[in-house]
Design a protein around this ligand. Sequence first.
Ligand code: KG4
Ligand code: ZN
Length: 352
Amino acid sequence: MTLILGIESSCDETGIAIYDDVNKKILSESLFSQIDIHQQYGGVMPEIASRHHLKKIVPLLQSCLEQDGILLSDIDIFSYTAGPGLNGALLVGTVFANALAFMFNKPSLPIHHLEGHILSPFLGTVKQIEYPYLVLLVSGGHTQLILVQSVGNYKIVGDTLDDAAGEAFDKTAKMLGFPYPGGVKIAQHALLGKAAYNLPRPMINSDNLDMSFSGLKTSCSLLIRDLCKQYSCASSLDLPIDIINDVAFAVEDAITDTLVNKSLKAVKIYKPTTFVVSGGVSANMKLRTKLDTALSNSKTTTFYPPLQFCTDNGAMIALAGAYRKCFANKSYICHTYPRWNLESLSDFYKQL
Ligand code: KG4
Ligand code: ZN
């Protein structure tokens, strides 16, 4: 049995999981989300995130080991998110993984956070995907269309020119008075809303696969200002709930339309047999429904990660560790990569 430990600490989730690489399954996993802690600041506070990773990382590991009666000495490879992300937060997982690996004389293995997201659909029922396949990676920090030639061989064919889709959800949610991160709240309120307002879908008529979401923020803020005037409200918090639901509907509709439009264009260009959607925003049901409808007549099959693995978690890092196991080594160099180009990954592993 080859057991791979995965440690995720790039942002505001501490995640640990153990992957059994022989039976190809996650044996145990534990997660602590700091969302409640950062909500009072309206976003992630890097220093506070690092301190909470420090506080939680040992108890989470203990719980993970106990779930399946595994001993730390049974772990064969210690994989961890080395980037991209918040440097202080990354350092916690990096030092912890390398210290454990050193202690047990086992190899450690740095993992690219986005590679974890890209591979996360394999944590569900999907076991095999034909290459090349196309990925829409939509998270709080990234919105990219990626052509996967093989594991590690990634070509970014579309990118956001400014805000990420998750960031657009979070920023507009803040304007409506929803707590950070607002994506889920927007989705919940949008379910109760209707099509009453039209927000822009920038760049959907451009030929390329790039996207832009920053204009949506401005348009949404102007819409809320006008609505506050119309309903004589001092702030969005005083708007009637029906109006708030309708604005949430407009935001979700605009973001998902843009993502679907660019995804369709990419599928037409690259004609992949498989299209994978991953990252926190891939949990959005409207996005899933629209994509499934839009691609229903194509020859492309769409896969999503299981819902609990859409947002950050240790399981996707342990799984990526399994794909990268041949690069695990005993150099124990604690280096983090807060900004890390996904396309440079194959060169990175060659130099390890
Ligand atoms: O992948 P992730 O956990 O963290 C990053 O690597 O950034 O993604 C977090 C993002 C947040 O912006 C959050 O608002 C968004 O995913 N999100 C959603 C939903 N669930 C999470 N956005 C829209 N609808 C959802 N259901
Ligand atoms: Zn992520």
